[in-house]
Design a protein around this ligand. Structure first.
Ligand SMILES: Nc1nc2c(c(=O)[nH]1)N[C@H]1C(S)=C(S)[C@@H](COP(=O)(O)OP(=O)(O)OC[C@H]3O[C@@H](n4cnc5c(N)ncnc54)[C@H](O)[C@@H]3O)O[C@H]1N2
Ligand code: MOO
Length: 392
């Protein structure tokens, strides 16, 4: 049985970069950027007025009363101060009037009969209330690099720089196939000895939150022929397969054998970890990766966030995000030579183990925000990496 670190290393050998494609900016959120983006012009592109008020020349500040020569809205070409002692009434977002070098906001003025007077005690400094041209970036300077997962803040920058289309990683076609005779669809009424499907919906939800919105879901009973048909179809139409169940020692744990019969080569089976020891990984003849996650719902979700998500990130060209370290407040009972993934409730910098009756306790997950990774041999509670169920 291999260690968690060995599993990580084997997985990284089988990552294939996803193609980069161009998408409209409106479809870019949540995707991984694959290009460097530079400022197409100075940002801001002009000396931008930041307060509604009047623009004037600080050289004229020996006086406190200015003639309002014109009114300039945002979006107009800059007006010009032609006479000493003039000011331009000007709005936030306007390009500073020519000849002006400072802006006094309305609150510091009395505006009357075409004149603006500074209120008693108001001091004006040159350059105030102006966001200078190029203060944020000069034309040609870098703004974003490849590997960023695009969020609303990145869209603000991309839109400002005129990136109507952006190069991003293609989203892989992922098929999730759950297995098991005892499992019925969520909307069905289970017989007393049956359970409802939860791995399919849970893995689809986790993948959607991690940048793969349209996962194909299928289910197959523990029957070689049926498993084979469903796996074969999924392999034909997907870039990655995530299977659950049927990978441990039971008489009806048929998944590894069926995959082998389809030419999917086993890379590893079983990792020194709890939960999720029976984790299986292999690659099809065309290189398609196949994860066989254990069927227990906690093990399946742990396997997804701990192994499948980083694998997808690497394929998309996104560096592994740093894992925050939290203080695990108690250490559950464990096998010492195994890595333990402990579902925890995050509370500031603390992680409290969620009460659980094991990896089949489907309802325990509601009391956790993610998992703490406790390395083999750890003796005391303390600082451990935290992996959230949903991206932070
Ligand atoms: N003799 C041994 N038995 C088991 C071992 C072992 O090493 N030796 N490993 C145990 C561990 S650890 C786990 S985890 C499970 C994993 O088994 P499988 O991957 O073969 O999964 P199944 O047996 O098919 O199912 C396990 C459990 O999960 C439920 N399940 C399965 N699919 C779903 C689904 N889609 N939605 C909800 N729940 C699901 C299933 O009903 C079982 O209760 O094996 C141990 N046994
Ligand atoms: O993965 Mo198994 O959950 O250790 O029971």
């Amino acid at each position: 049985m291999i260690t968690v670190a060995e599993a990580d290393a084997l997985l990284s050998e089988h990552v294939r970069a996803l193609p980069a494609i161009a998408v409209p900016l409106a479809e870019a959120a949540g995707r991984v950027l694959r290009e460097a983006v530079v400022a197409d012009r100075d940002v801001p592109p002009f000396d931008r007025v930041t307060m509604d008020g009047v623009a004037l020349a600080s050289a004229d500040l020996d006086r406190r009363r200015f003639r309002v020569a014109s009114t300039q809205a945002a979006g107009e070409p800059p007006h010009t101060l032609s006479e000493a002692g003039d000011c331009v009434e000007i709005m936030t977002g306007a390009a500073l009037a020519e000849g002006a070098d400072t802006v006094v906001r309305y609150e510091d003025l009395v505006l009357e009969d075409g004149w603006a007077s500074l209120r008693e005690g108001v001091a004006v400094t040159p350059g105030q209330n102006i966001h200078g041209r190029g203060d944020d970036r000069r034309a040609g300077e870098p703004v974003l690099g490849p590997g960023v997962r695009i969020g609303p803040g990145h869209v603000t920058a991309l839109a400002s720089l005129g990136a109507a289309t952006v190069r991003v990683s293609a989203v892989p076609r992922v098929a999730v196939v759950t297995t098991g005779d005892e499992v019925v669809a969520v909307a069905e009424t289970p017989l007393p000895h049956q359970i409802r499907q939860s791995n399919g919906p849970a893995l689809r939800a986790a993948l959607a939150l991690h940048g793969v919105p349209d996962v194909a879901l299928a289910h197959a009973p523990d029957d070689e022929a049926r498993l084979r048909t469903v796996f074969e179809g999924a392999l034909r139409t997907s870039d990655m397969l995530v299977l659950t169940g049927g990978v441990s020692a039971g008489r009806f744990d048929l998944v590894p054998g069926v995959l082998a019969s389809l030419g999917v080569r086993e890379v590893f089976h079983k990792v020194r970890q709890k939960p999720g020891k029976p984790l299986w990984f292999g690659v099809a003849e065309d290189g398609t990766p196949v994860f066989g996650l254990p069927g227990n719902p906690v093990s399946a979700l742990v396997g997804l966030v701990r192994y499948v998500v980083p694998f997808l990130d690497a394929a998309a060209g996104r560096p592994a995000p740093p894992r925050p370290r939290l203080r695990l407040t108690a250490l559950p009972r464990r096998k010492n030579d195994f890595t333990h993934f402990v579902p925890v409730r995050r509370d500031g910098l603390d992680a409290h183990p969620a009460p659980s009756n094991g990896s089949g306790d489907v309802l325990s997950l509601v009391a956790s925000d993610g998992i703490a990774e406790v390395a083999a041999g750890v003796q005391e509670p303390g600082s451990v990496p935290f992996i959230p169920w949903s991206p932070l």
